[in-house]
Structures are given as C-alpha cells and as structure tokens.
Design a protein. Structure first.
Lengths: 272, 299
C-alpha cells in the first residue's frame, strides 16, 4: 500500500523531470528515424520490414535503455538523502523495501512508456509505409518485453550506486562510467580477447558465456536474427549466439532481480 | 501516562560523544523545550527517539514500544531541522503524499494546510516557497494523524515573530489534545510562557530539566531593578539605595527574590524623586548561561 503511494508521488515528480522528457523525445525520435531510413526498399525479397526496423532499433536500444534506466535512478536515494526527505520518509510507518519497490514501479512505468511510444511509432510508420498485411509483430513484442527487463536491471544498478554514493553529484558521475563499461568497454574488451585468441578455446567455450553475462549483450543477442544481421551489427559475430536462447533469457531475467537485491542491501545500510 | 521515556541514553560517533547519559520523560500533553547550543546533541537525541540511528547505550520507549518500530513511528509526528521538499511538487501534493503514508484522509491534510496558513499557496510549486512557507509544510506534515508525540527540531528557525506566535498557538492546541511535544530551540525569549518544562543540554549532557520558575529559584540569579530619577538626583539616589548610576539619570540595582519587596518599599519611600521603576527577573538567556556554562568549565 505504501509502495503505491511512493510510486504515485514518483510519477508525479517524473512528469516534471527533465530526464524523463529527454528519454521520451530520444526514444520517439530515434525509433521514427530508424524506421523510416533503415527500412528496405518496398517489396524486397519478402523480408519483413518490421523485423528490419526492430533490428536497427535494438542496436540503438542497447545504448539508450541502460542510459535511461541509470538517469532515472541515480538520484533516487542520494537525492532524498541530501534533501533530508529520506530521513523524514523513514520516520513514517513504512519499510525501506516498500520505498524502493515504489520508486522502482514508478520508474519502470516511465521507462515502459518511453519504449512503448517509440515502438508504437515504429509500428505505425511501418504500416503507413508498407501496409499492414503480412507483418509479424512478434519481434516488436519481444523487443518491448526485453527492453523492460534490461531497463529494470539498470534501474537496480542505478539505485545501488545512488545508495552507495549518497551524493547526487558523485552518483551521476559513477553511473556514466558504469554505463560506458557495460555498453562499450565490456564489448571492446571481449573483442580484443577474441582477436588475441584467434578462434581458440576461449572463443568457443568461455566467450559466449562472458557475452551473455552482460545484460546489454544478452538483450542484443536475443533480439537479433541469428544469421546475417547480428554479424553486421555487432563486431562480436555469430560466435556469441553459441550460448543459445535460454541463457540469454536467464541473463535478462536474473539481472533485474540481482541488481534490485543489491540496491536493497545498499539502501538498508544507509543511516539517513 | 509516559509517552516518551528516555533512560540513561548515550550515543557516540567514534570519539565524538554526542549524547551522554541523558534521561528525560514526557507525559501526555506536556510541552518540553530542549535547549542547547549548536552541537549540544539535541538532533541526535531526537534521531534516536525516531529510530533513525541506534543508541550506543541506554533505552528509549515510545508509548512502551521500541524506537523505530512501526507502531512507534505511527504515533510520532516529526519536523526535521532542515528539510527541503521536492521543488517540483506543490505543497498540497506533498502533504497528500504524507497523508497517504500515514493513512490519513486527504481532507484532513487540506484542513492542516489551512491551519498553518498555506491554503493560498497550496497549488504552487514548493520551489517558489519562502523558507517560512517550507517550514509550514514541514509543520503540517508533523501534525498529520493526531500524533501522540511530536518531535519538532528547531521549528521556529526561519519564521518571523508573528509566525512564531502562530506556531506556538498550534503547539498549545496540540498539547491540549494530549500530544506530548518535545521541541528543540536555541532562540530563548519566545519559550518563556509557551512550555511546561525546560531541558538544557550542553555537550551531550542534560544539565537541567524543570519548570521555568523552579529553574529560576534554584539558580538564584538576581532580579534587576532600575529606578529612573533625574540627572541632578541620580547620584544621591544611587548612594541611598546602594546601586550604581547608569545612563545619566537612572540607578541600577540587583536583588535576590527575598529582598525584592523590602527594596521596593525603600524605593517607594523616596517619593517624588522616583520617576519610574523597571523590575526584570533573570531572563531565560541568563538562566541558560547559568546552567550551561559553569559546568563546562568545572569539568
Ligand atoms: N552522523 C554523525 N557522525 C559524526 N558525528 C555526528 C553525527 N551526527 C552528529 N554528530 C555530532 O554530534 C554532536 C551533536 O550534534 P547534534 O545532535 O546535531 O547537535 P544539535 O542538534 O544540538 O545542534 C556534534 O558534535 C556533531 O558533530
Ligand atoms: Mg540540531
């Protein structure tokens, strides 16, 4: 019950939050541009235009969704600690778990809304361009569901950083570094290892698991068609697909739980 | 009935002993002022009562329940020393939120906004509020749900004199309904008639805890008497009364409680020479200094 009250006030704040506004614009803009520009010429070899659109949107979402998740969450605990409202909230009859859950619900709604707006634009524009016949909406739904999971993981990571840093300024710096590591540096590192290994045991046994262990990569793998496109879109190639669907799904489902657990542990230790 | 029981409580942050062996009880409807300079330990004591920070030793009970327990929290209204509500919310939205957390009807929240005089601004963003108005939002949320215990940390800082007066009216009403009120302050003058008991803290120790009149009696601070004469007669009068001449035309005297009446008789005996008399008992500020300073030096 208290979680609902927290979620409600967070949504009220989110409506007036610059980051939320920015997220919405970014998602809407990029989805539209990629749908219009990235689509195959009409009538090409029966390739589903929606599949092509979701593939390019996936490539972008790998960067954007974690960023939005972190931007929504980095202030959640540190900001309240700084303003003194955290201490006040904790004198009310509700638990820290309820506070965290309420914030998470609100931020997940915001994130889901941003993704939904983007994907609705994609679907609308595709139908407008190619007509609604023969479109397969499954990749779109998969992209939406996995975007929520990816976003939830990074919300949890953001809360953890917010609770550990205790100062918004510090937290905002750390989330940008974490974002860089997760969506850029991690893959670069793996790519380097791959090149050095030259197709040896590392490439075949360890690499696929390291790749899928990163939720952003799991998200990319799960939303990319197995063949051609993924090789083009990520330098990491088809070897990454070796882990298969189940571990990719597991990574996307377990990360939010793990990250929120971490956040709760860090939040519990704070003395406001 | 004891609403708040603080028993020999101490709190240390490493080498810093913020609160040391403090015992203090509050009954229903009692208004107690916690006085002390900055860093005396007032906020720390309140934070322990709220369960925001654990005690190093001793025990605290709120209506017989441990501090920080859900039931204890439900019974307390708290106004923090410095709180900045989210600027993007209106005063009304913010208060409705707190009402939901306390399980109080939103109508009650609106009534409280009226009580603290914020109705005209309640639909404006808190970002546009003055410091006094924010303090009123804080006060309103502390009053939600008829708390059995109100902890108000420096509630009048940032309020102008008229607002302070209104604030104490609200505290009086609250105490009349049985709420025990513990408020901390270092502004002294306003407390004189507005509290039942005064507790003085210094460097973590509780140095005094009694009604104002008892504190006065025990401190034996002299009463200041000032007699106005004329420039010609002031020296003569100072000699006859045993005081000293001040400001050219007045005589200043000090007397203990038991000598007051006879001194006044003596002054009246001077007849027409006396133009005016002022009698001032020891101010709270002097009392505060009396109770807090010597013990620090003696340690
Ligand atoms: N979290 C903390 N860590 C270390 N020292 C603290 C902490 N909180 C308070 N103190 C110290 O405890 C003492 C009492 O502080 P406080 O209770 O805030 O005083 P007051 O409210 O009377 O001004 C001060 O010396 C202060 O520095
Ligand atoms: Mg204080």
């Amino acid at each position: 019950m208290s979680s609902i009250a927290i979620a409600r006030i967070e949504l009220l704040i989110a409506r007036r939050n610059m980051w939320v506004f920015t997220s919405l614009i970014l998602m809407g803009l990029f989805s539209s541009v990629l749908t219009l520009a990235g689509g195959a010429p009409t009538g090409t070899l029966g390739v589903d235009p929606l599949l092509i659109a979701t593939t390019s949107i996936t490539t972008l979402s790998v960067y954007l969704i974690p960023l939005i998740g972190l931007l929504l969450s980095f202030d959640a605990i540190a900001g309240e600690a700084e303003r003194g409202t955290l201490a006040l909230s904790l004198t009310y009859p509700l638990s820290r778990g309820e506070i965290l859950l309420g914030k998470f619900l609100a931020h997940l709604v915001v994130l889901g809304f941003a993704v939904a707006v983007g994907l609705a634009l994609t679907a609308g524009l595709t139908i407008w361009k190619y007509g609604s016949a023969d479109l397969n909406y499954l990749p779109l739904l998969k992209l939406f569901a996995t975007s929520l999971a990816l976003g939830a993981a990074f919300l949890g990571i953001g809360y953890t950083i917010s609770a550990l840093a205790k100062q918004t300024g510090v937290a905002s710096g750390i989330v940008i570094i974490v974002w860089l590591i997760c969506v850029v540096l991690y893959d670069l590192g793996l790519l380097g290892a791959l090149v050095a290994d030259g197709g040896g045991t590392f490439t075949k046994t360890i690499f696929p698991w390291l790749l899928v262990a990163n939720p952003a990569d799991a998200f990319r793998l799960i939303n990319m068609p197995t063949d051609t496109v993924s090789t083009l879109a990520t330098g990491l190639g088809a070897a990454g697909q070796a882990s298969g669907f189940a571990p990719q799904l597991a990574s996307l489902l377990l990360w939010p739980i793990f990250a929120l657990g971490l956040a709760w542990g860090a939040f519990r230790r704070i003395e406001p | 009935m004891t609403v708040l029981g603080i028993e020999n409580v101490s709190k240390s942050y490493g080498e810093v002993h913020s609160v040391q062996g403090v015992s203090l009880n509050l009954g229903e409807g009692e208004r107690v002022a916690l006085l002390g300079h900055n860093g005396a330990g007032k906020t720390t004591l309140m934070r322990m009562v709220l369960g925001l920070t654990p005690l190093t030793s001793g025990s605290i009970q709120v209506l017989g329940m441990p501090p920080g327990s859900r039931k204890a929290r439900a019974a307390i209204g708290f106004l923090p020393e410095s709180v900045a509500f989210h600027g993007a919310l209106t005063g009304r939205e913010q208060l409705h939120h707190f009402a939901r957390l306390k399980g109080v009807k939103r109508r009650v929240a609106d009534d409280l906004l009226e009580r603290v005089g914020l109705t005209h601004a309640m639909n404006r963003k808190i970002r546009t509020y003055s410091k006094g108005m924010r303090q009123r939002v804080g006060l309103a949320q502390a009053l939600l749900g008829q708390p059995r215990l109100a902890l108000l940390d420096e509630p009048t800082s940032g309020l102008d004199p008229i607002s302070r007066h209104e604030f104490y009216d609200i505290v009086d009403d609250l105490a009349k309904t049985g709420t025990a009120v513990l408020l901390s302050s270092h502004a002294l003058t306003e407390l004189e008639s507005r509290t039942d008991r005064i507790a003085i803290m210094s460097k973590g120790h509780l140095l005094a805890n009694d009604s104002l009149s008892n504190l006065r009696k025990a401190a034996r601070l002299p009463i200041q008497v000032r007699v106005k004469a004329t420039a010609e007669t002031a020296d003569d009068m100072a000699a006859r009364l045993g005081g000293s001449r001040v400001n050219g035309a007045s005589v200043a005297l000090e007397v203990q409680q038991e000598g007051k009446v006879s001194l006044l008789g003596q002054i009246t005996g001077l007849g027409d020479l006396v133009k005016d008399i002022d009698v001032t008992p020891a101010s709270l500020e002097e009392l505060y200094r009396h109770y807090s300073v010597p013990k620090q030096e003696g340690k």
